[in-house]
Design a protein around this ligand. Sequence first.
Ligand code: NAG
Ligand code: NAG
Ligand code: NAG
Ligand code: NAG
Ligand code: NAG
Ligand code: NAG
Ligand code: NAG
Ligand code: ZN
Length: 761
Amino acid sequence: MVMMLQRLLLCLCAVFLFGVSQAAPIETLIETVADVLNQTADPCTDVVEYSCGKWREAFELPKEESRWLRAFHGLDNTTKHLIRDVLDGGKCSQLPNQEEKKEPADGWEELLFCYYQACMDQDRLDELGSQPLLSFMERELPFLLETDIGGWETMTPAEKGKVMAEILARMHIHPFSPFFSVYLDENPLVEEDKVGIAISQGGLVLDYGQYDEEKVLQAYLDYLSGSQELFQSAVATGSPPSLKGSRRAFLEPPAAAEETLDIEKDLQNISLSPTEIKDPVATTNLMTFADLKDLMPTFDWDTFFKTFGDALGLPAMTNETEVIIHNETYFRELNKLLTEVWDDKAILAYLQGQLFSGMGALLSREWLELSYDFNRNVKNAEPRERWDECQGMARSTLKWIVARVVLEEFDPNLKAVADAMVANVKAAFRDVLDEIQWMTNETKDVAYEKLEKVTYQIANPAWILTDEEYRVNFEKIYGPETAAAELDAHLFDATLYVQEQTQRYSVSFFGKPFDREVIGWYRSPIDTNAFYVADWNTMTFLAGILQAPVFYPFNESDDSENAILAKTAINHGGIGAVMGHELIHGFDTRGREYNPDGLLFNWWSDVSRTEFEAKTDCVVAQFSEYVAVEKGELDDLQEDIKVDGLLTVTENTADLGGIYLGYKALLKELTEEQLQIKPLEEYGHDLTVGQLFFLGWTQVWACHETRPEERKKRVERDYHAAAAVRALGPVSNLAEYSKAFNCPPDSAVNLPARDEQCKVW
Ligand SMILES: *[C@@H]1O[C@H](CO)[C@@H](O)[C@H](O)[C@H]1NC(C)=O
Ligand SMILES: *[C@@H]1O[C@H](CO)[C@@H](O)[C@H](O)[C@H]1NC(C)=O
Ligand SMILES: *[C@@H]1O[C@H](CO)[C@@H](O)[C@H](O)[C@H]1NC(C)=O
Ligand SMILES: *[C@@H]1O[C@H](CO)[C@@H](O)[C@H](O)[C@H]1NC(C)=O
Ligand SMILES: *[C@@H]1O[C@H](CO)[C@@H](O)[C@H](O)[C@H]1NC(C)=O
Ligand SMILES: *[C@@H]1O[C@H](CO)[C@@H](O)[C@H](O)[C@H]1NC(C)=O
Ligand SMILES: *[C@H]1O[C@@H](CO)[C@H](O)[C@@H](O)[C@@H]1NC(C)=O
Ligand SMILES: [Zn+2]
């Protein structure tokens, strides 16, 4: 919900998790790598079964999960328990029975401890019922307690546009994003790093593709109708008491639900699809504020920015102020819908729905049940345990504070090893550029420059563990320590407070560059992930991912020669390929539109561009043939659902190139002969170093369990291919894989033997 950057992060994986680092004895590696293989299966035809068959057979997907990747969710599971332990034991002086608990280190930590306890106390949340929501509406969004917008029928479009601008500004302050989202970002079209306003489509609660699915829509209507019912009955019973006796003629809940959905369907119809919105050139449209007003002649943008800006400290807009919008047609159509098509009752129901879906999770069990039902129907998953929900809410609302209380569990010595690997991966890409013939020399020169200029960050920003600096940043992000400590132990109000603080923080950069030490990290350092940011030409490898089974720390004096060989192999297939993956994002169909300084600027000769497109077309076509959900896996499924090759081309290109770079980086450490060594022979496993390298990659994705409902949903919206495809697809294009496993020329994975492989980088 929080308005911040909306940039597309090209990350490794769409879950964001973390875990605690451990020393990695060779026995751990054998247990997690060698012991989970299904040696009976054929690595040349069934990569997933071979790489992880035993683990998959033994694994039982918890009923509250829709998917589980061993590498990511497994690490995060450890983290969640750690967070739970710390937060369970933390003192909130505003609550009773705190004697045994640990004093918070500062006011922000106290806020975190109080937040978690408030979340855990469901009886109190039940007593409060809908009251926190309604009090908030009464205080900040009183128009949402009305049954209509007075005089709407007789207003001119321009009058409607003025009323709507005021209403929407108030919602955006808090921050909800009905109809569009407003955010702050640096302009990728100009040299200077200066934060300005960007406005993009928004206001859909479901995924883009879900608006075409009857089953999902029915579940959503139930959800909307149920929340209207709770809301209206709270108003009727006078909670808060100031509303008592005000009998209001709202739309009946089922009718309000229908109206809301109709508006969302109209919005979805004018929205760009996930594939379209990924194109940075088409969706970065710079215009002046005057142009925007001309584009939406009846919506009153002056009023919108006056109200919005005054509340958050944003300087006044002038006609010359530049804004970036994602698509002109969207805003032109939205103007019409808002001021000429939709009626006031429907708009109010929709706006209420935005509030309910954003804030319902902070209320009583009745509200939670509504989303649980939705998830049961749509995801086939049961609710998480309460502590799990609460640690999740704490992490999303108080990201840096949570990170600080658990980051000390991480191994600070990994940075040097990671530095060396990044250097090797970059050198491997330089070799690739040296070798390729299809790129013209002028384009290649810029590619070298872009490679040289790519920067990276590892583990966590230093300030978060530095005594004075963290205070300065926490005060900016979360407001003064004393104010945080004094916040009532109220889940709802504390969340609102933090959301508004975060808005102010991001607005404070208007006209200046972002503080990259904070905003440049995007995610929490404790998440298990890595990402590339195109307009900064920067890769980030979070502390959470620098752990087994993606990365096995070793120690030259402790580990045997064979242990070091095995770990080196796995690490290059794991974190090495991840580094390659992120680096290639700078050179995939999207990243290559940005120049060495992160500006959207075409540096490709026509010949190079055409050649590149032919190569990525190969990736699109190949991955479009992989099946993500087989017919019969879901009741109403008549045919297989295949991967969307266009939607996933950036990630697939990064996977293909990433693992190749990981391999070439390995060859900078080891010789071809060493790839034949069997370092685990003394433990009864005859895997070669070369095979271990590939298992480092395939097991990250093969060791998974994903419900078919979830796979189906991801086909429509996830930029990553299905996990099983990420294991199989990339290695099938590499002759080195087939060589490592002696795959015959006619085997499924040996595409190179038949010259059917795709290769971009
Ligand atoms: C191993 O793979 C074989 C061949 O695909 C299969 O028949 C067997 O059930 C698998 N075993 C385990 C433990 O998964
Ligand atoms: C998550 O961690 C807990 C505590 O260590 C453990 O009991 C549980 O089995 C783990 N869940 C999964 C699915 O691995
Ligand atoms: C979708 O939007 C277009 C305008 O972009 C409009 O012409 C068309 O009628 C809309 N379709 C539906 C089903 O609303
Ligand atoms: C600003 O731009 C709008 C839209 O083009 C125009 O109507 C208005 O007169 C301009 N205002 C000023 C002060 O120039
Ligand atoms: C491109 O550069 C290579 C290496 O510097 C050189 O051998 C080759 O002649 C150049 N090609 C053209 C067309 O200039
Ligand atoms: C490696 O292990 C030795 C002996 O246990 C220890 O003294 C040394 O600090 C370790 N080195 C690193 C980098 O962890
Ligand atoms: C949306 O805007 C219109 C008008 O500028 C363009 O013609 C479309 O191409 C654009 N759509 C996308 C997907 O970028
Ligand atoms: Zn990626």
